[in-house]
Design a protein around this ligand. Sequence first.
Ligand code: PGA
Ligand code: MG
Length: 224
Amino acid sequence: MSASLVVFDLDGTLIDTAHDLVASLNHTIGLEGLDPVGYGDLTYLVGHGGQVMIKRAFSLRGRDITDGELERMLSVFVEHYAGAMPGVSVPYPGLIEALDRLSGSGYRLAVCTNKMEGLARRLIDGLGLTTRFAAITGGDTFAVRKPDAEHLLGTVRLAEADPKRTVMVGDSLNDMLVARNAGVPSIGVPFGYSDVPVAELEPSHVVTHFDELTPDLIERLLAR
Ligand SMILES: O=C(O)COP(=O)(O)O
Ligand SMILES: [Mg+2]
């Protein structure tokens, strides 16, 4: 039988990255004289990769940005963010226990994030979590990214698992859409960076704490 897989989004799902993202973004846009963004802005800014985050921060402040400026700002951001990693970013409560529980029951685990793969790997590595994952893919791993089904299906292939035995866990619209597009059940978490309540994104199921993420729940969703 081919392997079963639980795929996690990164920012706002596995790891609370809010403080470090805000610090590095504000460092970056501050160089251009923009007023800092706050934690409340992350629901609009995060989930589509670094470029979109910077572009949206500029638009929040009513400023246009050229492609050349964007490229320069992105490298400033990446250098600052990568240099501080893992900073004060931490796994959400109960995550490690949930990963232990799922691995212990034979599930493979993977990460599918729109963060650049290099940043994602550095963060996951800095938190000592790399060996837990059969695959880690980012917004620049494939030619497409979430919500394109191929980002998730490519992650499943790298993890050598069965898409029919895969569940996606995420905090935002792109996570629910990629799951739907790939034909896999989704689990929403309410503690991330969605701009609407996660239930409104119509995941197959919502867990409010990782204590609720059990092999039994995964099997119930796969049986539907
Ligand atoms: O916007 C990003 O950089 C990534 O966000 P994600 O991990 O929620 O996909
Ligand atoms: Mg997310």
